[in-house]
Design a protein around this ligand. Structure first.
Ligand code: SF4
Length: 169
């Protein structure tokens, strides 16, 4: 199928990468993945297992993957480090937005939790957030159609990124 006929399937990771690094997003949207055997990924999975014991977890549908869905309409997202907090917040807001716009499911709230540092934030979806996410979706779609990669810019998180060798060697 011609690239221009395809539409990106935008899940939580794409939103996260949009707010973290546009180069990373470009790789992801173009199905370029690096084997990530880092301790960070393993630690993230372990945290999710530990934190979510007995809960409805890892719920996957369409392009969405929710860490935990609690009774009383609460979506929980578990993260290891708060280094890219803005990206985590928008990832979770996107889940609330997706449930609302795709399935008409309103009234959900979010909980962003960092078990490692005992920090939790309540997240809700406001009209401004919806506008912000609509803009993000448009920009992600433009990046999906870019034929060449977005040049990388070094930042603090690069050392922990699986694309590091691809960007800087
Ligand atoms: S190494 Fe840095 S610039 Fe490259 S994709 Fe990762 S975060 Fe982005």
């Amino acid at each position: 199928m011609d690239l221009l006929q395809r539409q990106p399937r935008i899940g939580g990771n794409a939103i996260n990468y949009y707010y973290t690094c546009k180069t990373q997003l470009w790789f992801f949207l173009h199905n370029i993945s690096m084997e990530d055997t880092s301790e960070y990924v393993a630690l993230g999975k372990l945290l999710q297992e530990t934190y979510s014991e007995g809960e409805e977890k890892d719920i996957q549908f369409d392009e969405i993957s929710l860490d935990i869905l609690k009774p009383l309409k609460e979506v929980v997202e578990i993260k290891r480090s708060s280094e890219i907090k803005e990206a985590h917040i928008y990832q979770l807001k996107y889940y609330l937005y997706y449930l609302k716009t795709r399935y008409g499911l309103t009234g959900f709230t979010g909980k962003l939790t960092y078990p490692n540092i005992h920090k939790t934030m309540k997240i809700s979806l406001k009209p401004d957030d919806e506008r912000e996410l609509q803009e993000a979706i448009k920009e992600i779609t433009k990046i999906f159609y870019l034929k060449t990669m977005i040049p990388p810019k070094y930042k603090k998180i690069c050392r922990k990124c699986s694309y590091f060798e691809l960007c800087f060697s």
